[in-house]
Design a protein around this ligand. Sequence first.
Ligand SMILES: CC(C)(COP(=O)(O)OP(=O)(O)OC[C@H]1O[C@@H](n2cnc3c(N)ncnc32)[C@H](O)[C@@H]1OP(=O)(O)O)[C@@H](O)C(=O)NCCC(=O)NCCS
Length: 179
Amino acid sequence: MRPMSNDIIKGQQIYLRPITAQDTELVVQWRNSASVVENFIYRKPISAKEHMEWFENKVLKGLVHQFIICRREDGMPLGSVYLQNFEEEHSKAEEGIFLGGEQAHGKGIGTEAAKLMLDYAFGELGLHKVSARVLAYNKASIRMHEKAGYVQEAYFRQELFLNGKYEDLIFLGAINQVA
Ligand SMILES: CC(C)(COP(=O)(O)OP(=O)(O)OC[C@H]1O[C@@H](n2cnc3c(N)ncnc32)[C@H](O)[C@@H]1OP(=O)(O)O)[C@@H](O)C(=O)NCCC(=O)NCCS
């Protein structure tokens, strides 16, 4: 297991800081918002209790490395980005990302956060590969991941049954060229 960094990761228009228990209310609100739920595979509403269980059992134990994306100019929290499903044997993990409000979308924030997370995964943790699973209709996420350095690797037709409909899923991956 690779311990999560406690450092702030600085970018141009944002920085990433480690998530804390005090972020619970905000994260639960973001995670349950329509624009996030409709693009996530796990659809059930998340309670503060469930999020705290995730925080204590996953984040505090180092199984998930989760950060809050903050606006650099004033520290305003905008969303969250994390690495989960670590596979030590293969030196890889899976990335997840969401922004809180739709007013934050389309300004390059997601791309910068995803890039910072790759720098962290490769530079700080020394992982070899980071992957992302994205619903095929989520064009913003596909484009954002590609801009951040991911490549589309696989297309799974009708992979998931969501809201009474089978949905296609795209698997993207980024490779560390030096480790
Ligand atoms: C996915 C998400 C993190 C992207 O963050 P963002 O800050 O909006 O992304 P960026 O602005 O960096 O990049 C988005 C890109 O997608 C493009 N885009 C947006 N909607 C699009 C669409 N319907 N079709 C094609 N491209 C689209 C944007 O134009 C932009 O590309 P460009 O810079 O070349 O113009 C954000 O939209 C989000 O939180 N969505 C809800 C949760 C989610 O989907 N999470 C990912 C689950 S896999």
